[in-house]
Write a protein that binds this ligand. Sequence first.
Ligand SMILES: Nc1nc2c(ncn2[C@@H]2O[C@H](COP(=O)(O)OP(=O)(O)OP(=O)(O)O)[C@@H](O)[C@H]2O)c(=O)[nH]1
Ligand SMILES: [Mg+2]
Length: 421
Amino acid sequence: MQPDAPAPTLAAAAAVLPGRADDLARLGVLAEDSWPVVTVIGKYNHGKSRLLNELIGQEVFAVADRRETVALADIVHQRVRWLDAPGLDASADDDGHARRAAWLLSDIRLFVHAAKAGELDRQERELLAALRDDDARTHRQTLVVLTQVDQLADEAELQAVRDAVAAQAHSPHLVSAVRHRKGLEQGKPLLVERSGIPALRQALAAALAQVPRARAREGAALWAGLRASLQELAARQADETATLHAAQRRQREDFDRGLRAVLDKAGADIAALLASLGPDRAAAPDSAQDAYALTPGKAERNKLQIGYSRACIGIDSYLAGHGVAGMPGASRTPARSLNSVMAAVLGVSVKFRKDLRRMFCEPAGRLRLQADFTHYYELSDDRQALAARIAELDAAQAATRRALDALHAPALRGMHTRDTA
Ligand SMILES: Nc1nc2c(ncn2[C@@H]2O[C@H](COP(=O)(O)OP(=O)(O)OP(=O)(O)O)[C@@H](O)[C@H]2O)c(=O)[nH]1
Ligand SMILES: [Mg+2]
């Protein structure tokens, strides 16, 4: 019967706006459109449970001369849900229950303070101020009730406490559950009257009459506020996504352009080198007596090797400058010397004229190199991190959209169209 979590549809919004969990939970409660809820809040043993019993006219809630109420208990009586809550200051758990009743579930709060305790202490004053602020914001109502007034020695003492509390809390209702009971049991209407319970019932009836309108206004304000927050969040996310997409695109364009220039230069250098060579002798075998002689074959192989190395150094330093450090983890081999993007793309075999020409001097060869190096660029840590951030934001945006949809669920949809005058 008590909603412990926001309605399922609102869970989507709670995931997106964790800071607004309380507002969402309250909206969920309002959407249930259940009986108006009256609850008590105050320190333990101040007479909260007994006051509710007298107001209802039944011994529903446990009363004792010690800390008694430890969980929420409720009863629906005359189209009102009466909710008994533990006293504050008893334990953290009890305070949790009490606060849940007062802040999440209630429409009307009876702020209970025993007259014999004198004026409100600091904690009570702060709590009451917070409740009053909430009243102004949510259109809920808090009535201050001075209980157990029969416990004071005489009228003068009562007057003094009443004045002190009135100065702090604006005209409290004075009640005595004991007098009320006695008056009823002994058939003494005057005593019943003097117990303050009938007057409090009247004040409550007036407050209860306001509840439907107050709820409609509260629900509409919550709905509009949450929607505005979600829309603001969606706009921020869209901005951030657009910025990241632009950065991703720009980085890639810069990389593409730069790499093309590096490959074009390597192609031109190698073309010049090849043009400077005479007949192809690289494949001519050296004889045994050539072991220490610089043969034309060796000279050519040296030249090719130097030209090729230069091209490789140019490409490698360009890649390093763009965060392409090593092979992505998944493609690593146990042979460390092979764990380089250069080896993966260019291979490790000796290059002859035809290889160099095909790879660097023909447009198709350079396009292949461009595509292969770009593949590893996209797998580099920074690019992957950027892509992951974008994917994360995409998911966050989808969640925000789901949350906005959730606010349009049938039970909530009506809320912003109800009477907000
Ligand atoms: N004399 C007198 N005693 C009262 C009155 N109202 C409550 N009491 C007594 O005060 C004690 C505490 O009352 P409860 O209603 O259990 O107090 P509570 O605020 O609900 O206490 P917790 O549930 O522990 O937070 C009980 O012994 C009640 O009989 C009253 O108007 N006059
Ligand atoms: Mg109690």
